[in-house]
Design a binder for this molecule. Structure first.
Ligand SMILES: [Zn+2]
Length: 480
C-alpha cells in the first residue's frame, strides 16, 4: 500500500528547533574550547597502541595481534559501549518532554554529554539506515538497500544478514577480541557467530510479521535465532513471563478510545510494548552474565506506534473535516504516544544502569516522523525532509559535556564509536568521527572487510524448533 504525504502540517523549521529551548541555552557554543582536549588516552587505545605504528592497511596478522592484545585484558578494566537504537524517535517529541522533566534518562545523557539531530538519507527506509548506522557505510556499499529483494523467479523475500556485504560494528569489535552483545538489530538473521551473544531480529514475531505484510514477502525459513544455542532456553523463558519491568503502565491498556485506525490495532500496539520490554530483559541478562564491552540493542516500538499515532500531534484544524478526530480521541493518541516515549526512556535507564561515567552510552534514532494520510486515517509517515532527522544522545569519558551534537549523520555513528574505543576508522567508511569525541585518533586503516562475515545458515536443531514452537504458542511468532 502506498502512503501519501500530507503536506501542510507544520513549519519547515519545526524539526530543527534545537537551540530554542532553555535546555540548550547554555550549550550554544558550537566549538569546543581547546582546554577541553583531553590528554589522557582511552585505556583501550593504550592497550591497542600497536595500531599507531600500523601501516595504513588492515593486515590479517595485525587483526590477530590486536585480538590477542585485547583478549588478555581484564574485561572490567576497559571502558564499555552501550548503543541503543530507538526506531523513529523524534526530537519534536523528546525535547518538550525533557523540558517537562518526563524523560529523565535521556535528559541525563544530554546534560552529561551531547545531543542533537542525526541526519538520515532518502528513501527513509529503516533497514538501509540501521545498517548504515552499524557499518559507517552507504546502503549501496553495505548492501541492504531495501526491506526485501526479488529474485529471478519473481519471488520476494526479506533482506537478511547474508545480504550485508561488509563488517558491522559487532563483527569489528568481536574480531578485535571484545565481548559483544547484539539484541534485535536490523538484519541479524541468519545469526553471525560472534564473541558474545547475538539475538536475531527475527525473534520478534510481531515486527517480522509487519515486515512481511509491508513487503508482501514470503516467510523466511526458520533457523537459529539465538547465538550461542546455550542462551536459547533463557531467552525463550523471558517471553513466557511477559512482565512490565518499568513503572510506566502499558498505555494501550489504560488510554481511552483512540482514532479509528489506531483503535483497531490496539492489540498490535500493545504487543510492541511487550516486545520492547523483552528485548531489554534479554539485554539485561547478557549484561549481567557477559558484561560485554560493546552492547547494541534495538527497540522498534516508537516507530511502530508513531505510524498510528503521530497524526494526533497535529492541530485538528489543519486536517480536512472528514478526517478530523474528536478531541478526546486525539488527546488519547497524544497521551499514548508520549507514554510510549516515557516507557522507552525508562527502558534506556534500565539498559544504562550498569554503565559508569567512563563508559559510553549512546542512543540514536534513524529518522523522525511527519503527519500523513493512510487508508483515510490521519497517521504518521517518514518520507520527506520533514522526517529526515533522527536523534543522537551520547555521554561518557572523552565526550564533550552539555553540548549540541551538530552536523552528525547516520554514517558517523560507527566511526565515532570506533574512535572512542581507540580503534582506527577505515578509509572505506563514509562517515566521520563526531566532533564531540576527545579521544586521540589513530591513523585510518584501509578496510575491515578482508574476510567475509560467517553466518549460521544450518537448519534448526530440535531445541531451536521447540523454541519456535513455544513462541508460536504464545502468539509471538506467527506463520505468515
Ligand atoms: Zn517506520
Amino acid at each position: 500500500m502506498r502512503l501519501v504525504a500530507f503536506e501542510p502540517v507544520y513549519s519547515e523549521d519545526s524539526g530543527s528547533d534545537l537551540e530554542k529551548g532553555p535546555m540548550t541555552a547554555q550549550t550554544r557554543s558550537r566549538s569546543d574550547a581547546p582546554s577541553e582536549r583531553l590528554i589522557t588516552m582511552n585505556p583501550v587505545a593504550r592497550r591497542t597502541g600497536a595500531w599507531q605504528s600500523a601501516p595504513r592497511f588492515a593486515g590479517f596478522a595485525l587483526m590477530l595481534s590486536l585480538a590477542a592484545s585485547l583478549a588478555c585484558r581484564p574485561a572490567d578494566e576497559a571502558p564499555r559501549v552501550l548503543l541503543v537504537g530507538i526506531d523513529g524517535a523524534s526530537l519534536r517529541v523528546i525535547e518538550p518532554m525533557i523540558l517537562e522533566g518526563r524523560l529523565p534518562h535521556l535528559a541525563a545523557i544530554a546534560r552529561n554529554g551531547v545531543h542533537g539531530p542525526l541526519r538520515s538519507g532518502k528513501p527513509i527506509f529503516s533497514p538501509r539506515i540501521w545498517n548504515t548506522i552499524a557499518t559507517g557505510k552507504r546502503p549501496e556499499k553495505h548492501g541492504i538497500e531495501d526491506f526485501s529483494k526479488t529474485d529471478a523467479n519473481g519471488k520476494t523475500t526479506l533482506m537478511l544478514a547474508t545480504d550485508r556485504k561488509v563488517h558491522a560494528l559487532w563483527n569489528i569489535a568481536s574480531d578485535a577480541g571484545m565481548q559483544v552483545g547484539v539484541v534485535n538489530w536490523w538484519n541479524t538473521y541468519p545469526l553471525e557467530p560472534i564473541n558474545g551473544v547475538m539475538v536475531a531480529d527475527h525473534l520478534m514475531g510481531a515486527d517480522i510479521k509487519g515486515r512481511l505484510v509491508l513487503t508482501d514477502a514470503q516467510a523466511v525459513p526458520p533457523g537459529q535465532l539465538v547465538y550461542p544455542t546455550t542462551w536459547q532456553e533463557r531467552v525463550a523463558a523471558l517471553f513466557e513471563q511477559e512482565r512490565n519491568i518499568t513503572d510506566v503502565p502499558n498505555p494501550f491498556e489504560t488510554v481511552g478510545e483512540l482514532t479509528p485506525g489506531a483503535e483497531s490495532s490496539r492489540d498490535n500496539l500493545s504487543r510492541r510494548f511487550v516486545e520492547d520490554g523483552i528485548v531489554v530483559q534479554i539485554a539485561q541478562e547478557i549484561e549481567n552474565e557477559v558484561h560485554p564491552e560493546l552492547m547494541m540493542v534495538f527497540l522498534s516500538g516508537i516507530d511502530r506506534i508513531s505510524h498510528f499515532l503521530w497524526g494526533n500531534l497535529e492541530p485538528p484544524e489543519l486536517y480536512p473535516e472528514s478526517m478530523r478526530p474528536p478531541d478526546a480521541q486525539r488527546e488519547a493518541g497524544v497521551r499514548a504516544l508520549q507514554e510510549y516515549y516515557r516507557y522507552t526512556d525508562a527502558l534506556i535507564g534500565l539498559l544504562a544502569e550498569n554503565y559508569g561515567p567512563d563508559d559510553l552510552v549512546m542512543v540514536v534514532s534513524d529518522h523522525g516522523f511527519e503527519a500523513g494520510v493512510r487508508l483515510q486515517h490521519l497517521t504518521g509517515i517518514h518520507e520527506s525532509n520533514k522526517a529526515i532527522d533522527g536523534v543522537i544522545f551520547a555521554r561518557g569519558r572523552d565526550i564533550a559535556k552539555g553540548k549540541i551534537a551538530h552536523s552528525m549523520s547516520i554514517r558517523d555513528v560507527t566511526p565515532t564509536l570506533l574512535a572512542w574505543l581507540g580503534m582506527p576508522v577505515a578509509e572505506d567508511m563514509d562517515g566521520k568521527v563526531g566532533h564531540f569525541v576527545k579521544t586521540p585518533q589513530l591513523p585510518k586503516i584501509a578496510t575491515y572487510d578482508i574476510e567475509p562475515v560467517p553466518h549460521i545458515t544450518s537448519a534448526p536443531s530440535g531445541s531451536e524448533q521447540e523454541m519456535l514452537d513455544r513462541l508460536r504458542m504464545l502468539g509471538y511468532f506467527e506463520e505468515n
